[in-house]
Ligand binder design. Structure first.
Ligand SMILES: Cc1cc2nc3c(=O)[nH]c(=O)nc-3n(C[C@H](O)[C@H](O)[C@H](O)COP(=O)(O)O)c2cc1C
Length: 185
């Protein structure tokens, strides 16, 4: 149905955010979407920190954003905002890289004191990049995400239901947009 880029902005090698996104990717795939995972931490640091727009990994990431109909942006909350790693990639993308795309913002964090970080920190950045439709996002407490040794993920019941709901709303928004574009010819 749609091509979805699923971006994790955590620098952690054992990231809960990344695991959560890969878990939700499966739900989107089951709904017929073509999901492409992108972990920003796999892009070489010298490219991100040296603002090397022409580095192959940055060029490739830019092309993935360009191709996507929808983008899931997942970040851990660091110091009451999104991660610096996520911002280092967003800063290398074209100013209007999110024009025409449906965006689902997700965050994980250690305290509900920062549950609004998506709205006061991340959402304005996504809007400034031209995102036309930013659907309802969700903040998940880190303690509600448990990864087993075999890499299976368990999300606490309340959080799991809320996440399923925002993912399904995102999926529906992608479907509506595809129908709208088809009707417009
Ligand atoms: C450097 C650092 C800063 C953090 N700052 C906050 C914060 O301000 N608010 C919050 O709720 N959690 C904060 N946390 C907790 C993380 O957001 C939380 O554990 C998150 O789920 C980690 O995601 P990850 O495993 O994908 O990196 C911080 C963690 C780190 C390592």
């Amino acid at each position: 149905m749609a091509t979805v880029l699923s971006v994790s902005g955590s620098p952690s090698p054992t990231s809960r955010t990344a695991r959560l996104l890969r878990h939700l990717d499966r739900r989107l795939t089951a709904q017929g979407h073509d999901v492409i995972p992108l972990d920003v931490r796999t892009i070489p640091a010298e490219a991100l920190l040296g603002a090397d727009f022409r580095h192959p990994a940055v060029v490739e990431a830019t092309a993935l954003f360009d191709r996507a109909d929808g983008v899931v942006i997942g970040t851990p909350v660091y110091k009451a905002a999104y991660s610096g790693l996520l911002k280092s990639l967003l800063d290398l993308l074209p100013q209007y890289a999110l024009v025409g795309k449906t965006v689902l913002p997700l965050a994980t964090g250690g305290t509900t004191a920062h549950v609004l970080a998506i709205d006061y920190a991340l959402r304005p950045v996504l809007s400034s990049m031209g995102a036309g439709h930013i659907v309802q996002g969700w903040f998940t407490l880190d303690k509600d995400i448990a990864a087993a040794d075999d890499d299976t993920l368990t999300v606490a019941p309340g959080a799991a239901e809320a996440l399923a709901q925002v993912v399904d709303q995102f999926s529906q928004a992608l479907g509506s947009r595809a129908a709208h574009l088809a009707a417009a010819g």
